[in-house]
Design a binder for this molecule. Structure first.
Ligand SMILES: [Zn+2]
Length: 397
């Protein structure tokens, strides 16, 4: 969340101004920058000035793919409406009124080797060039992020979770409603009235993308996507600009240090602050759980540990803490299921092996208990609790 009032674009006075325009001497949005700069009259000093020598060639710094596609469209609009030397100074728009003219334009466009990102479809539609073949471009991470924003905008939480990696887990454990409530509890996510893609960035490995949006011309929001089996999936949402992603680890560390020193009120302040930024962070939910455990508020601890599991079902520590709370509340069936899930992921996790074994001891299933305890001790020879438990049941096995 940005706490500074954002500057509006000098030209549209609606969107946020995100770059300085030398021709206007003010901050403007990229949409208006595109409208201005295609005339190629921007000073060379401006990093956003455009270089072009024809309709299919355009060099321009852009902050996102969406912006690049847009500047190409603006350039195409200009081209369509201006006399073109290649057509003996005829205007493509008028030329396209006859079938013969259409074929001339198609023949001209066909000679270019066109990158699929070029929105050729735009010219096709504007000039009704039915015979022009258009290759549709591959959907990018920006398209995915726009889809997610659309779902947030329409409050379709169920559709949102379907595109997330934990969908199956949540579905089979009846946790979809809890997830929806969790997402809907965020003020910003619930009240999106408009959104505008500002910029995006891809990491070196090209498997992680950040797409930054201006929300309601007021807030910053970054969608963090990850490539999973050649599909972009939602990893997290950050109420802030792109650079905040790099501060998450540091923020987590600060909270962990405060909690380990038992400075709970300071930890509370930081957790409150960061939970409003890292909206879908299983780590912060986990630390909220730890925080409430310190305060001996097991009810709230339970809510947060479960939320951490909902956000990341493979989060072993969060699941363990949640299982432990179920165990202490004598919700044996649930606790056992959770312990088993942990062991499926981490077969030698000592605390889980020991706790599950003690449940079996209570059920007089000594054989099963001994098996778990032996695994535990062989991998963790210093784990005394397991040794004591094994000692207890020696006479029964
Ligand atoms: Zn503007």
């Amino acid at each position: 969340m940005s706490f500074f009032k954002k500057k509006k674009c000098f030209i549209c006075n609606a969107r946020t101004g995100t770059r300085f325009c030398m021709r206007n001497g003010a901050e403007i949005c990229w949409h208006d920058c595109n409208n201005i700069r295609v005339d190629q009259k921007c000073p060379d000093d401006c990093e956003y000035s455009v270089k072009s020598n024809g309709i299919m060639s355009l060099r321009a710094k852009t902050d996102s793919q969406s912006e690049y596609i847009d500047v190409l469209k603006v350039q195409m609009t200009l081209w369509i409406n201006k006399p073109q030397k290649v057509f003996a100074d005829q205007i493509p728009f008028t030329l396209a009124e006859s079938e013969e003219g259409k074929q001339k334009i198609i023949a001209y466009l066909k000679q270019f080797k066109i990158n699929p990102i070029v929105p050729l479809k735009y010219i096709k539609e504007r000039l009704n060039l039915d015979d022009l073949e258009v290759v549709s471009r591959q959907l990018s991470y920006e398209d995915k992020a726009e889809d997610i924003m659309q779902l947030l905008y329409t409050n379709e939480w169920y559709e949102l979770v379907k595109s997330m990696p934990q969908y199956q887990y949540l579905e089979s454990n009846n946790l979809i409603d809890k997830f929806s409530k969790f997402i809907a509890s965020h003020k910003i996510l619930k009240k999106i009235s408009n959104f505008d893609l500002v910029s995006s960035a891809l990491n070196k490995e090209r498997n992680n993308a950040l797409v930054y949006f201006d929300i309601n011309n007021k807030y910053d929001l970054t969608i963090n996507l990850q490539l999973d089996n050649e599909k972009w999936i939602l990893k997290s949402i950050i109420a802030g600009s792109l650079d905040l992603i790099n501060s998450e680890q540091e923020a987590l560390q600060q909270v962990a240090v405060l909690l380990s020193k038992n400075e709970t009120s300071k930890a509370f302040d930081l957790l409150s602050k960061y939970a409003n930024i890292y909206l879908m962070s299983s780590d912060f939910e986990y630390y909220w759980g730890i925080y409430y455990t310190y305060l001996k508020n097991s009810k709230k601890a339970e809510i947060h540990f479960l939320q951490a599991v909902i956000l990341d079902p493979a989060f072993i520590e969060a699941k363990y803490n949640y299982a432990l709370l179920m165990h202490s509340k004598a919700k044996m069936h649930q606790a056992k299921k959770l312990y088993q899930e942990i062991l499926n992921e981490a077969p030698t996790e000592p605390k889980t092996l020991n706790n599950l074994a003690s449940m079996y001891i209570d059920e007089k299933e000594y054989g099963k208990a001994a098996e778990l305890l032996n695994t535990c001790i062989s991998k963790n020879p210093d784990f005394d609790l397991a040794k004591q438990n094994l000692e207890r049941i020696k006479e029964f096995i």
